[in-house]
Ligand binder design. Structure first.
Ligand code: ATP
Length: 250
């Protein structure tokens, strides 16, 4: 089976300073890969390159998916449009016939656990968590077979973050999309992914990959926390993931 996404020897630099080097990664159809790495290691840059928003200086991105969507840390909703309209605009861009759009908006809203009354509200009337649900619904509405997540829940409090992670796990199971999920939160990665890729401290390649046991939906809290313990105390791959490379800050 061909890959849903293949990154081949990706390299990038800002103002002559290398950020990423020799990044190779393959994601299979339906597979959720979490990319973790210390702050400043180049995760967001890689997500933007992988999604085709930034042209890499070196290497090749080979998308094997048919339709993709992106979910960022900020929901990026249009303030003058209701939640339903924000979701609907994605369908217009995807050129879905107008008569099919309301059912698609309703389907995506259900997957994102939005109530009908929320759909009539403007972004300013919604909490941060609800706005992120709208962004998730907007992504799911196009029925993507690949989703790029760039630290989507970093700004949310712990309880809300957990609910949103459960939502992504359930949606991935139902809609069967593959995903590259960028996060600096190891527990989040252990909850939502099939596989974890750890970016080198200085973005010089993928330092290593670990396959996680079982399906994300079937992984209980005890397993997640046992994995976290094991990785942080026994696996050298995870030694630096909580470091912050201040030298690379602008
Ligand atoms: N547009 C840009 N112009 C110049 N330098 C940049 C730009 N974007 C990112 N950088 C620098 O490139 C490096 C990698 O940034 P990037 O945001 O990709 O890392 P990250 O791992 O996602 O970090 P974080 O976890 O803190 O979001 C950092 O040193 C950052 O300051």
């Amino acid at each position: 089976m061909s890959a849903a996404l293949e990154l081949h020897r990706i390299g990038h630099a800002y103002f002559g300073q290398s950020v990423l080097n020799s990044i190779d990664l393959q994601i299979a159809p339906g597979e959720v890969v979490a990319l973790v790495g210390p702050s400043g290691s180049g995760k967001s840059t890689l997500a933007h390159i992988a999604a085709g928003l930034v042209e890499p200086r070196e290497g090749r991105v080979t998308p094997g998916y048919a339709r993709h969507a992106m979910i960022f840390q900020e929901p990026r909703l249009l303030p003058w449009a209701t939640a339903a309209q924000n979701i609907g605009f994605a369908l217009r861009r995807a050129k879905l016939p107008r008569r099919l759009r309301p059912a698609r908006v309703a389907e995506a809203a259900r997957l994102a656990e939005l109530e009908p009354q929320d759909l009539a509200k403007y972004p300013v009337e919604l909490s941060g968590g609800m706005r992120q649900r709208v962004a998730i619904a907007r992504a799911l509405a196009v029925r993507p077979d690949f989703i790029f997540f760039d630290e989507p829940f970093t700004a949310l409090d712990v309880a809300l973050k957990r609910r949103m992670q459960d939502l992504v796990i359930a949606a991935a199971e139902e809609a069967q999309f593959a995903a590259l999920f960028i996060t600096h939160d190891l527990v989040e990665a252990l909850r939502i992914a099939h596989r974890i890729a750890v970016l080198d401290l200085r973005g010089r390649g993928i330092a290593g990959l670990r396959i996680l046991p079982g399906d994300p939906g079937a992984r209980d809290e005890a397993t997640t926390f046992a994995l976290r313990q094991r990785f942080l105390t026994e696996d050298p791959l995870f030694r630096h993931i909580h470091d912050v490379d201040e030298r690379r800050r602008p």
